[in-house]
Design a protein around this ligand. Structure first.
Ligand SMILES: [Zn+2]
Length: 263
C-alpha cells in the first residue's frame, strides 16, 4: 500500500511566487556611495523581482537583499487587491484620521473589528469546550437570549442599542447609524473618537461579563469611562462638537433662507 502525504508548501515560497520572484545570474555590482563618494562592491544572490534588462543603468530589478518585509507585503497586497477589485474598508480612513487620539489597545481592537477577527460566541461555540467537556453556548453573554452573530454583536443586541442611544446623546445627535457606529461614515473627529472609545469600553465590559468577573452591564459606568478616556485624548471635545453643530445649523439655515429667497 502506498500512502500519499500531502504537505502544504511553505508560506514564504507561495508568497515568493505570488509576487513574481525569480532567479537570475548572481553578480557583483559596483556603485558609488553617495555620502562618502567611495566605490563599493556588492554581491547579489540573483534572487529578486522585476524585469531583467541588459542595460544595467535602466534596469527595473529589485534584488531580494534590498527588500524588507513591509515592501514585500505592499507588493503582495497590491497584487491581491487588483485581482479581487478590492475596495478598502472605509473605517480604515476614519481610524487613520483619529489614530493619535487612540491608545494602542483601542487601535488593535479596531483593527480586529474591521477585519472581523473579534471573537464572538457564534464561532467560539464551534470549538471551545467548558469544564464538563461540552461545547459552549452560542448565546450573547449580554442579553443571553439571542445567538451572538457578528451583526448581533455590532448592531442588533438590545444592550448595544441602548448604549448607542446614550452615546448619541453625549455627541448631540439624535441617532447613530450602523455605518457611523462602525466608523465607515465619519461624523467629525471628536464624535468619531468618542464612538471608537465607547466601543472599546463596551467590548471590555462584554468580556468581563463573559468571563463572569462582572454580573451585569452598567451603562452609566461605561459612559463615564468613555467620557474620561475621551477627555484624556481630546480635552476640548465637547466644545468642538458643539461648535460644529452650531456651524451646521447656521449653514442649513442659510441654505433654507437662500431657497426661500429664490422661490
Ligand atoms: Zn445580545
Amino acid at each position: 500500500m502506498c500512502k500519499y502525504v500531502s504537505k502544504q508548501p511553505s508560506k514564504s515560497v507561495k508568497i515568493w511566487f505570488e509576487i513574481g520572484g525569480r532567479k537570475r545570474d548572481e553578480r557583483i555590482i559596483t556603485y558609488k556611495n553617495r555620502k562618502t563618494g567611495e566605490q563599493v562592491q556588492e554581491w547579489e544572490s540573483g534572487f529578486g523581482i522585476g524585469r531583467d534588462t541588459e542595460d544595467l543603468e535602466g534596469e527595473l530589478w529589485k534584488p531580494l537583499e534590498k527588500m524588507d518585509s513591509t515592501q514585500v507585503y505592499e507588493i503582495l497586497n497590491n497584487i491581491r487587491n487588483e485581482l479581487k477589485n478590492y475596495e478598502p474598508n472605509l473605517a480604515f480612513k476614519t481610524i487613520h484620521k483619529i489614530r493619535y487620539n487612540l491608545t494602542p489597545a483601542e487601535r488593535e481592537y479596531w483593527w480586529k473589528l474591521i477585519h472581523k477577527l473579534t471573537s464572538i460566541k457564534q464561532t467560539e461555540s464551534k470549538y471551545i469546550k467548558d469544564n464538563k467537556g461540552e461545547l459552549i453556548s452560542n448565546k450573547c453573554p449580554l442579553c443571553k437570549t439571542q445567538k451572538e452573530t457578528r451583526n448581533h454583536y455590532n448592531h442588533e443586541c438590545p444592550k448595544v442599542l441602548e448604549f448607542r442611544k446614550q452615546i448619541a446623546r453625549i455627541i448631540y445627535k439624535e441617532t447613530i447609524t450602523n455605518e457611523e457606529w462602525m466608523l465607515q461614515k465619519s461624523i467629525d473627529t471628536a464624535s468619531d473618537t468618542v464612538i471608537a472609545k465607547a466601543r472599546w469600553v463596551y467590548h471590555c465590559e462584554r468580556c468581563k461579563i463573559d468571563h463572569k468577573s462582572r454580573r451585569r452591564i452598567n451603562n452609566n459606568i461605561l459612559l463615564d469611562t468613555t467620557i474620561h478616556r475621551t477627555d484624556l485624548a481630546l480635552p476640548k471635545w465637547k466644545e468642538f462638537i458643539k461648535k460644529t453643530h452650531e456651524n451646521t445649523k447656521i449653514k442649513t439655515k442659510q441654505i433654507q433662507q437662500t431657497k426661500q429667497i429664490r422661490t
